[in-house]
Write a protein that binds this ligand. Structure first.
Ligand code: 13P
Length: 344
């Protein structure tokens, strides 16, 4: 297969209507935080067992087109001895890999952050590709305060995202480009829109400078939403309208699919907001779907909390969440379909 054929094959699968991406690529510190929150010790084996539970959920491939793995998981095996990427391929789910090396402080800003990991990226990607990875993820973050994000942070992050995306495509790997405007803070939805627009504008300008082929990327943005501590919580209709306004102003029609992150929204909010966007308009140029971590996994993780006896109950909750998001990805979700678990 030529590089273009590889990219074409991967993006076609990842943008299938009604399917989304499971982000199961929490780094070890993040995964440790999630496991400790449900009183489970974070060990190589507990992380393996939990990811095993997720991807061996019966029928999950109806709703999940790809799974983003953390490097550790790429080299681990499911209970039956099959490696995670092989298992995913058997299930007709594409394996992907988080390739950034996390956040560092950007000097001469008010503690803003940028993402590292470009060194030796092409070599690392070729290794991951041998293990079966066909797409990758790189996350940049932007914090909203009265004075941030600064233009230095916006430009630096855009440049790194674009360099990463160009390197991925040069070796036949589809890049997920993830600029995350954080939900933390008391900002209004209007302030979030004011920040998100130049962030995305700058990302696409950089992608163009680096000659990234937009037909073969997945954009993974945050929604335009009021801050967690904002006194005036935006309604789903406002979130849908503000997000679509910003996306239409900044994201070229050549991008095939936009898969949102959940970013600290509740499971129900993330589903409702995605559904609202897919209900507003049927004439959008891109597929609009999900690439959630917490909003897909939270209930399953709580139900499981390290207990083998609860694997099947946890899988049922994960299946249910994926199904509801799949409906939201085609605008057919209704809150009445929710069956809240007793502990929620
Ligand atoms: P959340 O959906 O929990 O925000 O995670 C998505 C992700 O991949 C973060 O990088």
């Amino acid at each position: 297969m030529t590089i273009i054929n590889e990219l074409e094959h991967t993006i076609t699968k990842l943008s299938a209507k009604g399917k989304g991406i499971l982000a199961a690529d929490e780094s070890i510190p993040t995964m440790t935080k999630r496991l400790e929150a449900v009183n489970t010790e974070s060990t190589e084996e507990s992380r393996r067992a939990y990811r095993d539970l997720l991807i061996t959920t019966p029928g999950i491939n109806e709703f999940i087109a790809g799974v983003i793995l953390f490097e550790e998981t790429l080299y681990q095996k499911t209970l039956d001895g099959t490696s995670f990427p092989e298992k995913l391929m058997q299930l007709a789910i594409l394996p992907g890999i988080k390739v950034d090396k996390g956040l560092v402080t950007l000097p001469n800003t008010s503690n803003e952050q940028t993402t590292q990991g470009l060194d030796n990226l092409a070599e690392r990607l070729l290794e991951y590709k041998k293990k079966g990875a066909c797409f990758a993820k790189w996350r940049a973050v932007y914090q909203i305060t009265a004075h941030t994000p600064s233009s230095l942070a916006i430009h630096t992050n855009a440049e790194s995202l674009a360099r990463y995306a160009a390197i991925c495509q040069s070796v036949g790997i589809v890049p997920i480009v993830e600029p995350e405007v954080l939900i933390d803070g008391d900002h209004t939805i209007e302030r979030c829109a004011e920040v998100s627009e130049p962030v995305l504008y700058s990302v696409f300008h950089a992608l163009q400078r680096h000659q990234v082929k937009l037909e073969y990327i997945v954009l993974k943005p945050s929604m335009v939403i009021s801050g967690k501590k904002c006194a005036q919580k935006a309604t789903p209709e406002q979130v849908a309208k503000a997000t679509l306004t910003v996306l239409k102003r900044t994201v070229p029609a050549a991008v095939p699919t936009i898969n949102f992150l959940s970013g600290g929204q509740t499971s129900e909010e993330a589903t409702t907001h995605l559904n609202a966007m897919n209900s507003v308009s049927s004439s959008l140029p891109w597929n609009l779907s999900y690439s959630y971590a917490r909003a897909l996994q939270d209930y399953a993780m709580k139900m499981w909390h390290g207990d083998k006896q609860r694997i099947s109950a946890a899988q049922n909750l994960f299946y249910e969440r994926a199904k509801l998001n799949s409906l939201a990805a085609i605008g057919n979700y209704q809150p009445a379909l929710e069956k809240k678990p007793s502990f929620a």
